[in-house]
Design a protein. Structure first.
Length: 170
C-alpha cells in the first residue's frame, strides 16, 4: 500500500553575532527572553543550539525559532548583556569534499575525486598550479547545461561568492 506523507516544515535557524564571552549556552535562551521584553517571547519559543567562533574570534550563537518568532526577531536588534547584537539567517549547505558537489556528503558520494581549486582529478594537497588557474566545477557544470545563462567559473569551488553556491543558498 502506498502512503503519502506531508513533509514537516523545519524551524528557521538564526545566528546571533558577536555575543558576550561570558554568555553560557545553558542560560542563553533565558537571558534573551528577559532582556528583550518587546519581542513577547515565551519559554520554548527558541532553542539555543550551539555557539561557534566567527571571523576575528567573535562568538556567535545559533538558535532555532518558529517562523513567527523569526519575523519578530528580525524587526529589532537583540540585547544580550551590555551588547546589542545583530542577527541573520543561519543557512548551511551540505558539501561533498570528494566531488565538490552540493547536497550530499563524501561518505555517500558516487562521483569522482575532484580538486576544488582546478577541477583536476587529484586531491587538494597535490595541487601545484597558481591562483590564475582556479576553476569551479559547479559553475562549469552549470555552464555546460545552461548555454543561454553563462556564469564566471574562474574561481575556487570554496569561494563564498561562487554563483552556484549563492544559488544553492536561495
Amino acid at each position: 500500500m502506498l502512503e503519502a506523507n506531508i513533509q514537516k516544515l523545519r524551524d528557521p535557524n538564526i545566528v546571533i553575532y558577536n555575543i558576550p564571552e561570558e554568555l553560557p549556552i545553558e542560560s542563553a535562551g533565558e537571558i534573551i527572553l528577559t532582556q528583550n521584553p518587546e519581542l513577547d517571547l515565551r519559554e520554548g519559543d527558541m532553542k539555543p543550539e550551539f555557539i561557534y567562533k566567527g571571523r576575528r574570534d567573535t562568538r556567535n550563537l545559533m538558535i532555532k525559532v518558529g517562523s513567527l518568532m523569526r519575523c519578530k526577531i528580525f524587526k529589532t536588534k537583540l540585547k544580550i548583556g551590555w551588547h546589542i547584537c545583530n542577527r541573520g539567517d543561519y543557512v548551511a549547505v551540505n558539501r561533498c569534499f570528494k566531488c565538490i558537489g552540493y547536497n550530499h556528503r563524501a561518505s555517500n558520494c558516487r562521483g569522482v575525486e575532484t580538486c576544488h581549486l582546478c577541477m583536476g582529478g587529484h586531491k587538494l594537497k597535490d595541487y601545484t598550479a597558481s591562483a590564475e588557474d582556479y576553476k569551479c566545477i559547479n559553475c562549469a557544470k552549470f555552464n555546460k547545461y545552461n548555454s543561454n545563462a553563462k556564469v564566471n567559473e574562474n574561481h575556487s569551488s570554496m569561494d563564498q561568492t561562487c554563483p552556484s553556491l549563492q544559488a544553492t543558498l536561495l
